[in-house]
Ligand binder design. Structure first.
Ligand code: 13P
Length: 249
């Protein structure tokens, strides 16, 4: 059985007091055993959040990680640094990092490799832009993002890979992919994995949907056969909404 996962990406929101308040509110609610719940707070608060969640099923993950082991990379964080504060997973390739910080399919392969070498679990993010969908290139674009950004890394350890399909046109816009659009793409993604790595890996890999997931649309999205949970932006900033989404699985 594939893992059901709901992950909150807080992006660059909330100061330390607000972050801790949100964390406590999420922690105070029971987490259904069948769901793996993750949050990605701002980097600055990872350490104290990791401490505050020790022994609790809520998992704290990073929003990003550098490909290099160490060195002159001002402002960046390494795999070793994450591991040293008990952070075992990171998002990679979020569309905002691709759009504003020049991350490309090619540069992502280096990050994937480093994460894999360090046993850091990856939530690999990808998805087409509106123009791609309008010109009916969305499958092609997604296939390329997977092929170049992820599949090309040698000897992938799929135990440490979660996929997050996030169509850029649905992120922060209030416009969600319809459950049918999400299912169609998720089935395509699974078929791509199956072609390259076989049925067992394809069946075992969790594929999350991200882009304007809300309590009002989560149940229908999550009920699709190939949608194994969600990566939540805006709605993860309110405990009540986030918990409602967690319970929608
Ligand atoms: P929204 O849920 O705000 O659309 O953001 C999705 C996202 O980018 C999560 O990584």
């Amino acid at each position: 059985m594939r893992q059901k996962i709901v992950a909150g990406n807080w992006k660059m929101n909330k100061d330390v007091h607000e972050s801790m308040e949100l964390l406590r509110a999420i922690q105070s609610a029971p987490i259904p055993e069948a769901v793996r719940v993750m949050i990605a707070p701002p980097t600055l608060f990872l350490d104290r959040m990791a401490e505050a969640t020790q022994g609790h099923p809520l998992q704290v993950v990073s929003q990003n990680m550098n490909a290099a082991a160490s060195g002159a990379f001002t402002g960046e964080i390494s795999a070793e640094m994450l591991k040293s504060i008990s952070i075992q997973a990171t998002l990679l390739g979020h569309s905002e990092r691709r759009a504003y910080y020049n991350e490309t399919n090619e540069s992502l392969t280096k990050k994937v490799k480093t994460a894999q070498e360090n046993g850091i679990e990856i939530i690999f993010c990808f998805g087409e832009e509106l123009a791609d969908r309008k010109s009916n290139k969305h499958f092609e674009v997604v296939a390329e993002q997977l092929e170049t950004g992820l599949f090309s890394t040698e000897a992938l350890d799929w135990k440490n890979i979660i996929l997050a399909y996030e169509p850029v046109w649905a992120i922060g816009t209030g416009e969600t992919a319809s459950p049918q659009q999400a299912q169609e793409m998720h089935a395509f993604i699974r078929s791509q994995i199956q072609k390259r790595f076989g049925g067992a890996i394809a069946e075992a890999t969790s594929i999350l949907y991200g882009g304007s997931v809300k309590p009002s649309n989560a149940v229908e999205l999550f009920s699709q056969a190939d949608v194994d949970g969600g990566l939540i932006g805006g709605a993860s900033l309110q405990a009540e909404d986030f918990l409602a989404i967690v319970n929608a699985i």
